[in-house]
Structures are given as C-alpha cells and as structure tokens.
Design a protein around this ligand. Sequence first.
Ligand code: ADP
Length: 739
Amino acid sequence: MNISEPIGDEAAETGAVNSVSVLFPLPLPKAYDYICTGGETGGEAPLVGSFVLAPFGPREVVGVVWPSGGDPIEPEKLKPLVRVIDAPPLAGELIDFIAWASAYTMFPLGSILRMVMRVADAFEGPRMQTAFVGGGEAPARLTPQRKAVLDIACETPMTAAELSAAAGVSDGVVRGLADAGALTRVDVDPDPPFDPPDLHRSGHDLSDDQQFAADEIKTIIASGGHKAILIDGVTGSGKTEVYFEAAAEALRRDDNAQVLILLPEIALTLPFLTRVEERFGAAPAPWHSELTAAQRRRTWRRVAEGQARLVVGARSALFLPFANLKLIIVDEEHDNAYKQEDGVIYHARDLSVARGARAGFPVILASATPSLESVVNVDEGRYDAVGLPSRFAEAAMPEISLIDMREDAPEAGRWLSPRLVSAINDNISAHEQSLLFLNRRGYAPMTICRRCGHKMTAPGSDTMLVEHRFENRLVCHHTGFSMPKPPACPECNAVDALTPCGPGVERVAEEAKERWPAANIAVLSSDTVTGPRAMREVLDAMRDGAIDILIATQVAAKGHHFPNLTLVGVVDADLGLAGGDLRAGERTYQLLSQVTGRAGRAEKPGRALLQTYQPQAAVLKALATGDRDAFLAAEAEGRRSLGYPPYGRLASVTLRSRDEAALEKSARAMRAAAPLADDVEILGPARTPIYRLRGVARQRMLVKAGRNIHLQAYLSDWLERVKKTSVVRISVDINPYNF
Ligand code: ADP
C-alpha cells in the first residue's frame, strides 16, 4: 500500500491542529470540515486538492481537500482525517473548473467531483506487479499448454493473467514454467507510463490551405492565453492534420503541457488512435467506454501525474485529473454526443470552452458542419475561425440530388425508389461500393396488431417496441427492455396479426438481399457493432472491398474513409425533421452532410441520393444546392425571432414521479411559485414527448430568458421556493437539447 501513515496521536500531542475542508464524490453541495493533526504532512494541513481519507457517516470515504468548507462548527466537534493518500493533488485549475461546472450545470459540487474521481483508487493497491519474460531454456516436459505459453512469451513482460489468456491456458501453467526456469519473473509497473509524443516528427506535408490554417492557429497558441478557434472545413479537407499541428505546438511550448483531443464516442475508432500514433510516434492515452478497468486506471493515474501528455477521449475525458492541461481540441464539435443526458447533464464542448477561458488556454473546435452556436460566436467575434474550403488532394465533394418519393415511389412494402435502385445497379456493375443510410435500428420501428390496432409498447413506458428480426425479439431503445416476439396480439389474442410498420436497417437489408442476391451486403448499427474493435472488422471489410452494399445507421456517418465508396443513398431524409425540437433542422443538416460526405473521398467522384417526401424543406434544399450559409442564416433568423439559444437562454425543469396525480399537482404548484421577472418566460408544464418511462411519468417546463439574465440565479431562487418531496424529483437541464 502506498499510503502515508495514519495522521498520528504524536502530532496531536504537539498541539499542531489545523482544520481542512474535504469535498466527497457524493451528491453533496459543499465540503465538510475536519481536523488535521499533522503526522505525515509535518504539522501542516494537506494541500488543497490532496486526496484524503476521512470519516463520513458510518464509513470512511476518499475525498479531496477543498478551498472552502461547509457550515462553521466548533473546533472540538470536528473529527480528524484518517490519512492523506499518496497521490498528486488535483490542479488548482481543475478545482476552479469543478466549482464553476457545478454552478453552471446546477448539479452539486460533489457530483462533479465524482466524475473526476471515477478511478480514484488508481493510487491505491500495489505499485509493482510480477510479470514474465520468455527466453529461458525450454523444460524437458513440454505439454501443448506449456508450448502455447512459450510461443507467446517474449522480451516484453506480460502478467500471468495476460499470458494465460493469450495462450488459452490456466495461470498455473505460466507459474509452473517460471518455476522450471523457462520464464523469468520480473517486477513491472501495473500502469506503465505512456511513451512521450515525438514533437520533432513532422506530419504530412500540408497543402497551402492547411499550412495557412495551421500557421494561424500556431500564432494564436504562441501568443498565450485563451482563444476559442473554429476549424471550419468540409469533410475530408484535412482538419485533423491541422489540429495535429496545433497539438504539437502546444506540447512543444511547455515540457509539461498536456493536450486533450475529444471525439464523440463512436468516432473514437482504432483507426483514429492509430492515426494519432503515426503522427506522434507514440500511442496517446485513450479514454473511452471499451477500456478495461486496468486501462482506465493506467490512463487516469498517468494523466494525474502529468506523465500522459496527449490524451484522446470521449466526452467524459474532460473530467480526467489533468495536472497541466494546455489545449483542448473538440473534433466534430457540432455532435450531440457531447451532450451528456444522464447523471450530471452537461455539454462537453461548452464546458471545454468555459474551462479554457477560465484557465487561459486555447480551445479548438473542428467541424464540417459547425453548430449554429459556434457560427454565431464566430460572427459576433467571440471565436476565431480558420476555413478549409476544399477537400484534400482535389477529391471533389459529392453531387447531392433529391428523389421526390411522391413521384418516384417504391412498390408497396419496399423502401428503395426505382431511381435509387438503378443507381445501385450501376454501382455494382462498376465494382464500386454503396452505402444505404437509415437512422433506425432493427427491422421495423413499430409493431401494430392488424386486427385491433394495438401498438406494442414497453411495460410502464410510452415507448414503441422495435422488432429486431435477427434475434426475433421486440426491443425498447429507450429502456433496453426486450421480449421474444409474441405469436399473438396481447390485446385481442389474434394469431399472426402483429405487423411490422415502417423500415429499419434490417428491413432495408432484407429488400437489398432480394434485389441483389449476388452482392455482399452488411448491416452496421449499434446492434451489430458495439465498440471500436467490432467496428474495425466492418471498416476493414469495407476498405478491402469485401462489402458491396453497407446498410447503416449513424454509426457509419462519422469520420470513416472508404476510398471505393461512391454512392450514398439516404433511405428517409425526412426522418429527423419530425417533432418540434429546436435543433431538428440543424441536426438533420449535419447528419446528412456527414453521411453524404462519405462518398467520393478519394480519386473517384461520389454522389448522394436523398429520398424525401418534402423536397421543399429548407434543409434538403440547402443540402442539394450546397448552400450552407443560406441555411444557417435562415436557422439563425428563426431562433433570433423566437429568442432561443444562442440569442437567448433556455433551461428545462423536469419533474418525475411514479405517482401521476402528485406529479400534476407538484408541477402546477411549482409553476405558481415561479418568481416574476422581466425577460423570463415559462412554458408549460406539459408532458414530455415520451411521458412514461419505466413507470416514471414526467412533466416539464421550459424557461426562456434574455441573454442578460443570470438564468442559474433565477432558477436557484425559484427552486428555493419549492417544497421538495421524495415522491416528485426535480431536475434542471441548462440549454437542453431534446425537447
Ligand atoms: P477531415 O478531418 O477534415 O475530415 P482529414 O484530416 O481526415 O480530414 O483528411 C482526409 C484524408 O486526407 C485523410 O485520409 C488524410 O490522411 C488525408 N490528408 C489530409 N491532409 C493531408 C496531407 N497534407 N497530406 C497527405 N494526406 C493528407
């Protein structure tokens, strides 16, 4: 154990008494005070940011020494700390960020700290571990199991667990070989340091546009201080190469600097990590949901020590305990995956910019379809922008056309229009690849009884059950509930009357297999690929030309580079436009630009065909004409006239309860308690679009306010006037995305 001695009685006898405040990673709004009697810290209180173990209620809990405490209490009532943990203290910048993020998101301080302390035991446990290296003399008795281990063992030390897993044998075989002298035991660090990035290594020779953009960014970085910079360039224009230069520059300027590259989880693929490794001559520290516990621990600890200098991660990497963070790059900055909706609700892009602004370091945002927020920030001079107007190496942008489904309708029960079918025929003859995009998992989004009209929903929820035909199950995509598809309608008992309505990717695949029986057809959705590794198999098959037609949901939309893909067919371009969401148009534009941008990324030109029933919709016209600026201007005008973000402030207040009567009553009472204020408008309460989920019903109010209103202050004031009960839960989402 690498933990300092308990803070002993000896120090208490010397009379050195200090009090310290400790914040725990629990949903608590403030820190608690303790006495620290000296001990290992030489009579001084541990530094702010230090990890300490302290009694809390009936338990001992690891917390962090915090700059300010809770309610003052008499010194003699304070309890002593148990011990100080031997780990680098959190940086002052991070402590400031935690406090700010709590005030901004309106989640308790301790809940934000909990996101930072995900792997806080990284500094406990053994610092050395036994591993084995090969090269010894083979033993006389060589069983097949022993041989399997010896074939794998090499100069790189591997643990017994790693070796035995790789060889498919038990741990005992490995230890037996070591006892026989065929393997040598060595002590290794269980969290080996990351190789440092090679900052003198150069990347690709940049094009003139790229060089210009990179120079501009480097100048900004060299001038020090905070600046948010938007790299705005079409897909394939080489933005990644440009921000690699920025990362190298930030790392070169300060020997201890750390750089974070954020990506949406599904864009965080192995090919991307490999690309970073090729550029910097060393693998970055990764942070994503597929890491093992050991890999998480290694990244967390090495980031805390400042040893990991280049980190590539999904949104929660923003809460890693960086010792000296100097640059954040948010790739695909428009992506909604940056908005975390569970637990603490936050937007990783917005928090990144705020963090850089407070700490005085630059933040780079990159996108081919920047969010309206970022575009407005550039227009109003708050952000800098650099543009990459064309694709790298003359690759042309795909030609996008709309198919008016009212005129070019598929036969009944089919989903591909004659024009799209003929385009795929041409592509197959030309030995080029096609992508059919439909952002709907499963076979059919709805299952209805033909006899009585009953819709299959998840128990206790107002969500549709989606048929997944490969598994013959009905699945709820919101709650994860699933059941075998019943033979009869549960309402009227009619046998074989449950009918799938509408298409999902599996149903389009069924049609494609009928139409092109000789073609290699694959389905790519979050049901078929569950992480970077599984994704790689499909990506490799695509790259090797083993797939003729890929039928995919949005997991295929991000960042991939398929040189032989020349046709993208969007099965239902109208899908995202339904519903009253503020960002529906913008999101559809972004998603469809991304998807169509997969076509023609290399020498062969690409084209995209969008099937739609509303070819007059502004979004679709903008996509077909490539007039992004006109579209954004119209979107901006719409939001400005309604006072919506980024021209006004917005929050949603959601009440949840299993008791619908109590919920309605509370929602009305809460509405009535709202303080009157100029330039604040409250809409609702109203039922959420999905009213019941897992038996919990939800009512919501939207709070709209002018830009000069301190929305959090208004909301705190309001919440203080509301009686809290355990029957009805209240949560606040600042700048909500789904409403
Ligand atoms: P973006 O991030 O804008 O979508 P990328 O940086 O991924 O674009 O570049 C698209 C493709 O072009 C990638 O395969 C990349 O390796 C290649 N590329 C970009 N810039 C260069 C360059 N200067 N030299 C060689 N290849 C480049």
